[in-house]
Ligand binder design. Structure first.
Ligand code: ATP
Length: 441
């Protein structure tokens, strides 16, 4: 594992952000649990996305469909037949790889000339086999083939099969969007790089239904908007994100045009979000598999058509890894580790510390906590030296440290310390709330 990622994994464990699943049983591959600070951070990110989609855009509404669905949906979508990754094994050391890691044109590779990256043996690699990534399960007590269904490998299909119900109930007019956040499951062959690729993860997908012919322009608009989300709302360094366009060989079976937003992780540039023009592929597939007409009726033009779909599909966990990697800072000058999270998404916004545990300082600090906690998450800490208390919070990404000292008892002011610059300013205690809110916005 990359050194920086290794340090991040250890910080995440130490500070209750992310834990390996089932640790007391020796761990469970490629699944992670989110601790008290991790879930706050994850919620802050997903709420930001949800607000951006369903509140800022008046023509986008939300949905929460089931993880289990009718198995025919996965035949219609192409997942039963085409959701495969090519798998190769080293017969010497039993290491397993995705064949496309050795090159996109893996079908033309002479596998008996390939050296195993792990054990170094040449000539022991198997030919690629296709491996379906869906988790199969059985519904009901009898495990016969009639009861097979799948844990959804993407949230998008739940949107497509509900699109007409949503459109009718909300009287939506094309163009309109449906947004959904939820779990997805993929039996990934190789899962590495911490939470980058896991078998259980969360997606934040928005499917935008448009009139055919307007799709290319609308695609451009969404590309722009989704790109800006990272620097503007999450505070991610803009020089570390870029677009990658899918070439002909990379395009999925449903896509006319596809772009990835990539982030420069310590392990290289990698996809965090995809923006796809899926045309009317999905709706026409569901029409033919369900036998239901899925046309949209345009009242103004008095005609019917099958909408095209522009999809924006982001992984919540990958977004979280992006934010954590981007925020990770080893401040060697001051011998501390800092998560420079934007105040908008930081799990805890401020720590409130009485300088000493006497003279009425703890009580005053408590009053400040009580005043702030209805607005956002804050923490009270009276344990250890003030420097240690600050450093503990620097590592957890808490942007502000507020100290109540003896002067506070006289003039009702406090010091407020900035996590990144470590500068302290004195402000009146009734200004703390507006000070922090201004920084969050
Ligand atoms: P990759 O090429 O990395 O396997 P993909 O192209 O299959 O990803 P999509 O099917 O487009 O990914 O899924 C959309 C988003 O869902 C991705 O951009 C990513 O953020 C997230 N995602 C996909 N698979 C995983 C996974 N195994 N773990 C975590 N997030 C994932």
């Amino acid at each position: 594992m990359d050194k920086t990622i290794e340090k991040l994994v250890s910080l995440c464990k130490r500070r209750g952000i992310i834990f390996q699943s089932s640790e007391i049983y020796g761990g469970f591959g490629a699944v992670y649990d989110y601790g008290p600070l991790g879930i706050e951070l994850k919620n802050n990110i997903s709420q930001l996305w949800w607000k951006e989609m369903t509140q800022v855009h008046e023509n986008i509404v939300g949905l929460d469909s089931g993880i289990l669905m009718h198995p025919r949906i996965w035949e219609a979508s192409g997942h039963v037949n085409a959701f495969h990754d090519p798998l190769v094994d080293c017969k010497q050391c039993n290491s397993r790889y995705r064949a496309d890691e050795f090159g996109e044109e893996y079908n033309s590779i002479q596998w008996d000339t390939i050296q195993c990256p792990k054990c170094g043996t040449t000539g022991k690699m198997t030919d690629p086999r296709q491996f379906n990534l869906m988790f199969k399960t059985h519904v009901g007590p009898v495990e016969d083939s009639g009861s097979v269904t799948y844990l959804r490998p993407e949230t998008a299909q739940g949107i497509y099969v509900n699109y007409q119900l949503v459109q009718g109930a909300m009287r939506m007019k094309v163009p309109f969007g449906i947004a959904q956040i939820g779990k997805a499951f993929r039996n990934e062959i190789v899962a590495r790089n911490f939470i980058f690729r896991t078998r259980e993860f969360e997606q934040m997908e928005m499917q935008y239904f448009v009139k055919p012919g307007t799709d290319d322009d609308i695609m451009k608009e969404w590309k722009e908007k989704r790109f800006q989300f990272y620097p503007d709302l999450l505070g991610v360094d803009a020089s570390k994100i870029r677009f990658h366009e899918h070439g002909e060989n990379e395009l999925a079976h449903y896509a006319k045009e596809a772009w990835d937003i990539e982030y420069e992780f310590p392990f290289g540039w990698s996809e965090i979000e995809g923006i796809h023009n899926r045309t009317d592929f999905d709706l026409s597939q569901h029409e033919s598999f369900s036998g239901k007409n899925l046309n949209y009726f345009d009242q103004q033009e008095n005609n019917r058509f099958l909408p095209y779909i522009i999809e924006t599909s982001a992984g919540l966990n990958r977004m979280l890894l992006t934010v954590l990697t981007d925020a990770f800072w080893e401040d060697t000058e001051n011998n501390r580790t800092v998560l420079k999270l934007h105040p908008r998404i930081a799990p805890v916004k401020a720590v409130i510390c009485p300088l000493v545990k006497k003279d009425g300082l703890p009580e005053k600090a408590r009053t400040i906590v009580d005043g702030l906690k209805p607005h956002f998450k804050v923490l009270y800490d009276q344990q250890g030296s003030i420097g240690k208390r600050y450093y503990r919070q620097d590592e957890a990404g808490t942007p502000f440290g507020i100290t109540v000292d003896h002067q506070s008892m006289e003039d009702d002011t406090v010091t407020i310390r900035d996590r990144d610059t470590q500068e302290q300013t004195r402000i009146s205690s009734d200004q703390i709330l507006s000070f922090i809110q201004a920084k969050m916005n």
